[in-house]
Ligand binder design. Structure first.
Ligand SMILES: Cc1cc2nc3c(=O)[nH]c(=O)nc-3n(C[C@H](O)[C@H](O)[C@H](O)COP(=O)(O)OP(=O)(O)OC[C@H]3O[C@@H](n4cnc5c(N)ncnc54)[C@H](O)[C@@H]3O)c2cc1C
Length: 564
């Protein structure tokens, strides 16, 4: 088959939103509220309302109560950022958090309520944090948001894999992709294009296999800057048997070595909760011959009850939340966490979301482009630059808050943006490139490339604990995938073509991460280099930037701006 076998549909809209999950649908509703006449189109490769990371999520959200001391919270959060925090963005996020959450509460989303009908706000049980928590029934939240968006006249196009952004005279004028059902090519012309397509999660865990970084890669190819890519390798930990995780403040305390010693507090006595530190400790204990590692609360189940299953979890479970890790472990794996000592391993979560944006979520480099939610990097991060997309209960709040922030920015600027134009030859060239894997008579399977990329990023030695030699090895594997494997991948149908484009996105995201990790010659937070074990404030109080220049991936650093 060849590109010309597939029909081209051209759709014009004022605002194109790529990704119909929390950030995307929140932005869509708000843009329509602010400017009813704007034509807003949401496109997603999955089923809008069901796709993305929200429906499978835990449903915890952080919140700062109305009377919270913002300065105190910003200072506390900045301390956790290990010197790399962006204070302006912390103020932007923290300062909008309460109003944003209340806005979605007032839209009727299924948040926890007190008996008087007000939003339930609680302490975070056991977590040593300055913010409070609320919760919602996570899968219902998205479906209700979808309903609200449709009611406002937002247009939705499901099952379209978006591949690349379109440019005209240096400005982003939309994007293109194909239907994963019929294969038809779809070109969306737009004054404003918003990327809210999540981060890159590398397909190694079952709950978020569609989040593969294609739009992060597309923004890079179009010339956007990407920040702090080295920190996009978040870890959690899980049961070896059925790879299901459990989490909470009691979790870290429950990890013991073969001698029954607590492993995390041995290395990090002062850290309350950190998945990357836990992975580090588990790895070191196994190397020292004291493995395997177990999750063990068998002698003290009441502690587990109190800390890990907090009341918000109970509430969401009562209302049918999907993610109940304890139940899944019991029903699918035959494991009773309360009475059994269970073998436990580090588990790679990945998650690279690194597009650089201003305080309104507008691209700093490309006119016509905005990004929000898990796709962006703002510097409000933890453990160096572990993004909110990976920090307990931050990501949902970040996605909805940035969804509202970006909507205001788009509504403000969109009328100034000229009518989008697309060159015929650009459209034709992109179409041919998109379908190239379908023209091959024989070749590799897309999953051959996916598995090989995972080998360069998932292992603990390339992610949680690095060194220069191993990072070069990982980059060698990625180069092999890009030069030797991807050009030989054959797609027999649109579904395999989707997998090819996911593999291509993952390869570029893995390259950004490993190149930036090699570039940052120090250890800071979750970025641990065995060959540079110390934190180096003299040279590295800086944000790393990855950018495409010609055909080269160029790295640079910018000093962290001083707090004003
Ligand atoms: C198991 C799990 C539990 C979690 N629990 C919590 C929690 O308790 N609290 C919390 O705060 N956060 C939690 N999170 C994180 C939270 O769900 C995410 O941070 C949040 O969903 C981010 O929203 P988003 O809109 O930015 O992106 P996503 O939800 O990742 O959605 C991205 C959307 O873009 C679409 N897309 C991607 N690529 C393309 C493409 N090329 N073309 C077209 N469409 C595309 C996807 O299909 C998807 O619908 C959890 C995540 C997981 C996976």
């Amino acid at each position: 088959m060849k590109a010309t076998d597939f029909r081209t549909n051209v759709i014009s809209t004022d605002v194109l939103i790529i990704g119909g999950s929390l950030a995307g649908l929140t932005a869509a509703v708000k843009i329509k509220e602010l400017q009813e006449d704007l034509d807003v189109t949401v496109v997603d490769k999955g089923g809008i309302g069901w796709a993305g990371a929200v429906p499978t999520g835990g449903g915890h959200l952080i919140i700062l109560p109305k009377d919270a001391d913002l300065d105190e919270w910003v200072k506390w959060a900045a301390d956790r950022g290990e010197g790399l925090s962006n204070i302006e963005w912390l103020n932007n996020f923290g300062g909008n958090l309460y109003e944003s959450t209340m806005e979605l509460f007032n839209w009727g989303l299924p948040f926890m309520k007190d008996s008087d009908g007000k939003l339930h706000i609680d302490d975070a049980p056991g977590w040593k944090v300055k913010e409070k928590l609320t919760g919602w029934v996570t899968h219902n939240a998205l479906l209700q948001l979808r309903k609200r968006a449709l009611g406002k006249g937002v247009k939705m196009v499901d099952k379209i894999e978006m591949v690349d952004l379109l440019k005209y005279d240096g400005r982003i004028v939309g994007a293109a992709g194909f239907s994963i059902l019929t294969g038809e090519f779809h070109v969306f012309k737009a004054r404003a294009t918003l990327i809210v397509a999540g981060g890159c999660r590398y397909k190694n865990r079952r709950l978020w296999t569609g989040i593969a970084g294609e739009m992060i890669a597309a923004a890079y190819r179009a010339g956007a800057q990407h920040l702090h890519s080295e920190f996009g390798v978040m870890h959690s930990n899980c049961s070896k048997e059925c790879q299901m995780w459990s989490r909470g403040a009691g979790q870290q305390d429950a990890l013991v070595n073969a001698l029954g010693e607590k492993v995390v507090s041995k290395y990090f006595p002062n850290i309350s909760e950190s998945f990357s530190r836990a992975s580090y400790a588990m790895y070191k204990e196994v190397l020292a011959g004291r493995g395997p590692i177990f999750f063990d609360v068998s002698g003290r189940p009441e502690q587990y009850e109190e800390k890990v299953i907090d009341n918000i979890h109970r509430w969401t479970r009562m209302h049918g939340a999907f993610l109940n890790s304890e139940r899944i472990l019991r029903d699918k794996g035959g494991i009773n966490l309360r009475t059994q000592k269970v073998e436990w391993i580090p588990g790679f979560l990945g998650s690279l979301g690194n597009i650089r944006v201003d305080l309104g979520c507008k691209s700093l480099d490309l006119e016509g482009l905005w990004a929000a939610g898990d796709s962006i990097k703002t510097g409000i991060d933890m453990e160096g630059a572990v993004p909110p997309g990976d920090y307990g209960a931050w990501p949902l709040s970040f996605a909805l808050t940035t969804g509202l922030i970006v909507a205001k920015s788009i509504a403000k600027f969109v009328s100034e943006i000229p009518e989008p134009k697309i060159r015929r030859e650009d459209q034709k060239a992109l179409k041919e490139k998109t379908y190239a894997p379908m023209t091959l008579k024989s070749g590799l399977k897309p999953y051959d490339a996916v598995f090989r990329i995972q080998q360069a990023i998932v292992p603990t030695k390339y992610s949680a604990i690095r060194d220069g030699k191993r990072l070069k090895e990982a980059l060698g594997i990625i180069e092999e995938v890009q030069k030797e494997m991807l050009p030989k991948v054959k797609a027999a149908n649109p579904h395999e073509l989707l997998k090819y484009h996911e593999a291509r996105g993952m390869a570029l995201c893995a390259e950004m991460t490993q190149r930036a990790a090699l570039y940052r010659t120090e250890s800071r937070g979750s970025h641990v280099r065995e060959d540079y074990p110390e934190r180096d404030d003299k040279n590295w109080l800086a944000w790393t930037v990855v950018k495409k220049e010609g055909e080269k991936m160029v790295l640079s650093k910018i000093p962290v701006p001083k707090a004003k």
